[in-house]
Design a binder for this molecule. Sequence first.
Ligand SMILES: NC(=O)c1ccc[n+]([C@@H]2O[C@H](COP(=O)([O-])OP(=O)(O)OC[C@H]3O[C@@H](n4cnc5c(N)ncnc54)[C@H](OP(=O)(O)O)[C@@H]3O)[C@@H](O)[C@H]2O)c1
Length: 284
Amino acid sequence: MGNKKMSTIIMSGGTSGLGRQALLALSSNPVHVILLARNEERAAAVRQEVEQAHQTKVSVIPCDMSSMSSVHDALLCIVNQAEPIDVLVNNAAINTPERQVTADGFETMFATNFLAPFIITQGFLKAVGYGNDPRIINVGGPIKRKPDIDDLNSRQGFAQMAAFESSKAALGLYTAYLHRTLQEENSSVSITGFYPGIMRSNLSSGFKGLIGIGERLIRHTLPGPEESGRFLAKLITTPNLSSQYPGLMYNNNGQEIDVPNADDYALQEALIRRANDMAAPWML
Ligand SMILES: NC(=O)c1ccc[n+]([C@@H]2O[C@H](COP(=O)([O-])OP(=O)(O)OC[C@H]3O[C@@H](n4cnc5c(N)ncnc54)[C@H](OP(=O)(O)O)[C@@H]3O)[C@@H](O)[C@H]2O)c1
């Protein structure tokens, strides 16, 4: 994706934290950002902020990432717009202190942080027309925990950070799976993982108990999301991203970082089979 023509970017989680900062950092680029957002007011505020200051055009498609029918409807909307898409950024995430179950019967973090981006990405690969240099950017981290393939919805027991890490680890495994298979298929689409590092954002705002106390004690020492937002904007706009950043995941210094279980193809394939089964009613 170059800096000259108007490029089209789909981004979830652009209404605060990292995503919002990335949008602000895209200032010198003539880009059309399609925000997938659940909160109309926040989306309108970001839209105004970004469009006022910059060349960026922002559209909003309502999308609650914890509702698979909402995700499905948003995908249909993207397909019907028939605009070639250059970049898909799977950035939205949530971290809930208690086990919550969505209307579809999924644990909320699993649904929002993994199953929704899985459905969107599969739909993107299958049914959306691409621009010239298409790419997917998945925001996650080098999480060591292996998701329990037999209990992805934490029915057997719930611990806040374990469930959060499992959902993000699943996204990391999916990223590794696609990184390998898209290359094997000589696809024009590339995929890159991005680890923004620990930042001050809304993600931890609902933390309770000991985790909440710990978070409030260190919050002021954490960096804001500005620097990571700038690097995410760089990943979005760098031409031929996969030749400049051929690895699986990068931090905001541009260093490649290891993704645990990136070589565990059996685990990845088992996860993809489960995800396909669970997501079947909402896939394009
Ligand atoms: N903060 C950190 O320390 C850290 C560290 C490593 C990785 N990350 C990753 O960075 C990414 C961005 O997180 P952040 O730190 O910027 O957190 P944030 O400020 O809480 O932003 C999260 C974004 O996700 C959106 N979102 C959450 N649930 C949604 C839903 N059901 N439907 C639609 N949108 C939803 C939020 O929308 P609303 O405005 O509607 O809430 C918001 O725009 C996440 O993938 C996170 O895992 C963060």
